[in-house]
Design a protein around this ligand. Structure first.
Ligand code: KIV
Length: 276
C-alpha cells in the first residue's frame, strides 16, 4: 500500500516505521519492493556517494538529480528529500524557494530540514506553502563544525533540555515527523512520549516510533561503521569476490563464453576478411 504523510502520522503508537536512505533508481526498486515505509534522499550522499568528509558541499541540484532517480524507483515508499546546507538557513524565502524546487523538479513528497527552535519559523512557512517537512534534531551533521565532529548529543542536562525544546518547537511549526540522530535512548523516549508526531531514530535507541539507516552501512558496503549501525550483510566481501572472479576469468580467457557473444553469417565474415 502507498505510504502517505497521513499513514506516517497515523502509525504512531500502532506500528513501527521503517526508513532507509537511497540515492539511485535500482537500489530504490529493491527497497521499495520489500515494503520500507519511507526513503530518504539524504545529503549523506555527499559522504557515501561522493566520498567527502562531511555533507556540507551537497547542492540543491544534486539533491534534485538523485531525487528524480529515487522517485522513479519508488512505487509505494514515501520519498523525502534532504534540504542541503545553506539552502534554507539563509532566509525563509530561500527555504521556500529551494524546498519548492526540490519538490517540483525532484518529485519527492516532502523535505527534511536539520535544526530546532532556530528554524521553526522556516518549517512553519514551508509547511504553509503545502510542502510537508520532516525535522531532524540531535546530531545534525550540517553542524559538524560547531559540534567539533560527529558526536553524541544531549548527554548534559542543558543540551538534553534544548533537544526537547527543539522537538516541541518543530512539532508546533507543523513538521509531520522528526529524525532523532545520535542521542541517548532515554532522551528519545521522553521526546517520543511528548510529541504527537512520529520520531524516527538513527543512533537514538529503541523507543523511537521508527528507525532509519543508511543502506550502504547496514549492508556492509561501507565498512567504516559507527556503534549504532547493525550489520545486516557483508556486501563488500561479496562484491570483492565477484570482481576478483571477473578479473581471473578475463585473464584466463574464460569470459566471455559463446553464450555471451553475438553471431554473424559466415559468408559476410569471409567477404569482410577478403576486403582487408
Ligand atoms: O542524510 C542522511 O542520510 C540523514 C539520515 C542519516 C537521517 O540525514
Amino acid at each position: 500500500m502507498k505510504n502517505t504523510i497521513e499513514k506516517f502520522v497515523n502509525s504512531k503508537g500502532k506500528e513501527k516505521l521503517t526508513m532507509l536512505t537511497s540515492y539511485d533508481y535500482l537500489t530504490t526498486t529493491i527497497i521499495d519492493e520489500v515494503g520500507i515505509n519511507g526513503i530518504l534522499v539524504g545529503d549523506s550522499l555527499g559522504m557515501i556517494f561522493q566520498g567527502n568528509d562531511n555533507t556540507l558541499s551537497v547542492t540543491v541540484d544534486e539533491i534534485i538529480y538523485h531525487t528524480k532517480a529515487v522517485v522513479k524507483g519508488s512505487k509505494n515508499s514515501l520519498v523525502i528529500s534532504d534540504m542541503p546546507f545553506m539552502s534554507y538557513q539563509t532566509s525563509i524565502n530561500d527555504a521556500i524557494v529551494n524546498a519548492g524546487n526540490i519538490i517540483k523538479k525532484g518529485g519527492s513528497s516532502a523535505v527534511k530540514i536539520e535544526g530546532g527552535v532556530e528554524i521553526a519559523e522556516h518549517i512553519q512557512k514551508i509547511t504553509k506553502s503545502s510542502i510537508p517537512v520532516m525535522g531532524h534534531i540531535g546530531l545534525t551533521p550540517q553542524s559538524v563544525n560547531v559540534f567539533g565532529g560527529f558526536k553524541v548529543q544531549g548527554t548534559t542536562k542543558e543540551s538534553a533540555i534544548k533537544i526537547i525544546e527543539d522537538a516541541k518547537s518543530i512539532e508546533q511549526a507543523g513538521a509531520f515527523a522528526i529524525v532523532l540522530e545520535c542521542i541517548p535512548e532515554r532522551l528519545s523516549k521522553i521526546i517520543t512520549d511528548i510529541v504527537k508526531i512520529p520520531t524516527i531514530g538513527i543512533g537514538a535507541g529503541k523507543y523511537c516510533d521508527g528507525q532509519i539507516l543508511v543502506y550502504q552501512d547496514m549492508l556492509g558496503i561501507n565498512n567504516n561503521l559507527v556503534k549504532f549501525v547493525k550489520n545486516y550483510g557483508n556486501l563488500s566481501n561479496i562484491i570483492k569476490e565477484a570482481f576478483c572472479n571477473y578479473i581471473e576469468d578475463v585473464k584466463k580467457e574464460q569470459f566471455p563464453e559463446k553464450k555471451h557473444s553475438f553471431k554473424i553469417n559466415d559468408d559476410i565474415i569471409n567477404e569482410i576478411k577478403n576486403l582487408f
